[in-house]
Ligand binder design. Structure first.
Ligand code: MSP
Length: 480
């Protein structure tokens, strides 16, 4: 039976150009979303941008622009990256938190609900604020130089009035939901990490900033002197996109089936967000899928190290499907993954130019030459064992393993050509050669079918070639 399926990416800070990490998180979400559509689920896929907060306000300031003008420009780089001509992300909605019609009413409604539950309280706060994290840090989070280890900067000492969200109240309930599996966190390593944090007990969190210090944000309902803390604003996007607090016509999609996130934002999604939902009396998401970080040459990508790889440049050189291929197959969601230009080119030549591209061309050349009519390649030709494994992996966040299933199948079909050599037997035993080619075309159709969530454009080209009984254009030219 078809089910409703709601999947989200994190929303991105548009203070710099999109990088490989952003491309990765979005791509694996897209593969899962496309897979669910393929199996008939009524799927809703959300992505977008997180546009408030101090970081953005400062970046706009440095650019000499007002924040709204600044984000209106910088968001375009993300929107462009996701178009069908580039990364080809099949999102149903692209939400922007600066959108006062779509996002603000629900973000404020959520605030009101927390307030009505008695979970918001104004307190004077002394704390260490890391602008990079957009979060307060504890002394124990700092390195030996008193700096934030992730951002290499000393946090700012802040003393101000803030509303606090009484997250500590929800420690036990969140723990219970995670332990019982009502809220699943994948992989286990991350589940344990969050359970260890819950074991220590959650602290209340600052949920607003004084407007005089930071005006770029959503006004706190009923208190014009404060704006919502950027995370309370941002997390609400998963609900506001469905019309929460506005026009609830998509609210049937809640709770989310999957929030896909990077491990750096686990605490926000697996502690603060469930706390907010419990306070508001809303169901918790079913799954949080947590991936690792992408490095290059073993190091975190950074401008100073000069190892930043721009997804747009790779797409321009190799095509969107090639970048989708690499991210999906050569990086495991469960660990940090490395990407270098040389590694990318080698994988491309070996598995796309040679592997897949070559296989499709060889099979279709034989088909067009030896067979009079197109092979009506149906899904029966498709190996059930292969499909079973593939599904299992895709349903367990093992994106790279699902991709491996496809390339194993490509290897098997290659081997079949080597063994049966239809290009020789066509002289000695033409019926046998034709049968073998029919089998190969069926196999290729199966591959195209499996490829659809991963390399949608290539999958279409292959299916088209089979249906029109023609040799496809060169799918992946060799790169020197
Ligand atoms: N705006 C917040 C998320 C709010 S969600 C309600 C944010 N934005 S971000 O632009 O910094 O990061 C967005 C996503 O990209 C996160 O999932 C983060 O883990 C991911 N990545 C950022 N750098 C990354 C790598 N180098 N590698 C893999 N993913 C990375 O956090």
């Amino acid at each position: 039976m078809a089910e409703r399926f709601y999947i989200t990416t994190p929303i991105f800070y548009p203070n710099a150009r999109p990088h490989m990490g952003h491309a990765y998180t979005t791509l694996i979400s897209d593969v899962i979303a496309r897979y669910h559509r393929l199996v008939g689920d009524e799927t809703y896929f959300l992505t977008g941008t997180d546009e408030h907060g101090q970081n953005i306000a400062r970046a706009a300031d440095r650019a000499g622009k007002d924040p709204q003008t600044f984000v209106d420009e910088t968001v375009r780089a993300f929107a462009t990256l996701f178009t069908p001509e580039h990364l080809n992300i099949s999102f149903d909605q692209f939400i922007r938190t600066s959108d006062q019609e779509v996002h603000w009413p629900g973000a404020q409604e959520l605030w009101r609900r927390l307030d009505a539950a008695g979970d918001l309280e104004k307190r004077t706060y002394h704390g260490l604020y890391c602008v990079g994290h957009e979060a307060f840090l504890a002394e124990r989070d700092l390195d030996e130089n008193g700096e934030c280890p992730d951002h290499g900067k000393a946090p700012e000492l802040v003393e101000e009035e803030n509303y606090f969200f009484k997250l500590s109240r929800y420690t036990d309930e969140i723990k219970r939901r995670i332990e019982s599996g009502e809220l699943v966190i994948t992989p286990d390593e991350r589940r344990h990490e969050i359970l260890a944090l819950l074991e220590q007990g959650l602290e209340d969190v600052s949920f607003s900033r004084p407007r005089e210090k930071l005006s770029w944000g959503i006004p706190v309902p009923g208190d014009e002197s404060q704006v919502q803390y950027v995370w309370s604003d941002a997390l609400a996007n998963y609900l506001t996109a469905l019309g929460f607090g506005r026009d609830e016509k998509l609210m049937d999609f809640w709770p989310a089936d999957y929030h896909v996130i990077g491990k750096d934002i686990l605490r926000f999604h697996a502690a603060i967000w469930p706390g907010m939902l419990l306070s508001a009396g809303l169901p918790l998401p079913r799954n949080i899928l947590v991936h690792g970080m992408i490095t290059s040459g073993g190091y975190k990508m950074s401008k100073t190290r000069g190892n930043v790889i721009d997804p747009m440049e790779l797409i321009d050189a190799y095509g969107g499907d090639a970048v989708r291929y690499y991210l999906a197959r050569h990086i495991s969601p469960f660990s940090d993954g490395d990407l270098t230009l040389d590694g990318f080119k080698d994988a491309y030549n070996a598995n796309l130019a040679n592997g897949l591209g070559n296989l499709a061309a060889r099979i279709m050349k034989m088909a067009v030459t030896y067979l009079d009519a197109p092979v009506v390649a149906m899904d029966e030709t498709f190996n059930e064992v292969v499909e079973g494994e593939y599904r299992y992996h895709l349903e367990h966040f093992e994106i790279h393993e699902a991709a491996n299933v496809i390339w194993n199948r490509i290897g098997e079909l290659d081997a079949y050509i080597q063994e049966t050599q239809p290009f020789k037997t066509i002289q000695t035993d033409p019926n046998k050669a034709k049968d073998d080619v029919v089998y190969l075309v069926g196999g290729l159709m199966g591959v195209a079918h499996l490829l659809a969530p991963f390399l949608p454009e290539t999958a279409e080209k292959i299916k088209h070639a089979i249906q029109t009984h023609s040799v496809p254009e060169v799918l992946f030219p060799r790169m020197e």
